[in-house]
Design a protein around this ligand. Structure first.
Ligand code: SF4
Length: 226
């Protein structure tokens, strides 16, 4: 089941703070509000994917504008060419939702599907949205590896795993870039720094680091048993 088919997602208004924030967001100069998605952004990608990449939440003028994760902002402009180089897509650019981009062996989504103020979802908002992520992951029947970008997505995923009884203690899985964990049940998961503009500008992550993470998840997907 691709993200736009997840029951109730596109109509969801469970987080009033986020709904208000989207309603008040001024468009970028030269654009109108009509050109913005301003609603829950579903995941997308290959339904046969062995790898799922999970970001934090839509970017204000990226996914929240285009309606597709990481499309149209700095994080995506950095990430998509590298995904293409690593063999996960048919083209290097992500411009808008109908640009012909097709992912291979990869599905991309966010832990929180609506735009949060200051890129900071509240704990309650992570919890509200977690069932949608759970449905997306469950629908990927060949899933072997979950790649989590940033501490927020990583922690949210740990809480989901704990709720599902796949891990006992969230604290047993500290975040660090490139770390690989095998839970008691479910796919192996990998942490990476987020490809946010801030992390790129400060040098926390760069092309070499992200390509290495992509090589890791590709190798893990091939090595994990069916
Ligand atoms: S963030 Fe998730 S749970 Fe909250 S309103 Fe958006 S889709 Fe619904």
């Amino acid at each position: 089941m691709l993200g736009d088919k997840v029951p109730g997602l596109l109509q969801c208004r469970q987080c009033p703070r986020l709904v208000r924030h989207m309603a008040a967001l001024p468009p970028r100069k030269g654009l109108s509000r009509k050109q913005y998605w301003n609603a829950p952004v579903p995941g997308f990608g290959d339904p046969q994917a062995r790898i799922c990449l999970v970001g934090l939440a839509p970017g204000a003028h990226g996914a929240n504008r285009t309606g597709r994760p990481f499309t149209g902002d700095g994080a995506g402009d950095f990430m998509y060419p590298l995904l293409h180089r690593a063999g996960f897509s048919n083209r290097a650019e992500a411009v808008h939702a109908a640009d012909g981009l097709a992912l291979r062996d990869l599905y991309i989504t966010n832990a929180v599907k609506c735009l949060p103020p200051d890129n900071r979802p509240a704990l309650e908002e992570f919890a509200n949205c977690s069932p949608f992520l759970s449905v997306e992951l469950a629908s990927l029947q060949r899933l072997k590896v979950v790649l989590l970008l940033g501490q927020g997505a990583f922690s949210s995923y740990l809480r989901l795993l704990k709720g599902q009884g796949c891990i006992e203690r969230v604290g047993a899985y500290p975040f660090s870039h490139g770390v690989v964990y095998r839970p008691q049940r479910g796919p192996v998961f990998v942490a990476s720094y987020h490809t946010s503009r801030y992390n790129l500008q400060t040098g926390r992550i760069d092309e070499t680091m992200f390509l290495k993470v992509l090589q890791t998840v590709h190798s893990l997907a091939g090595a994990e048993n069916d």
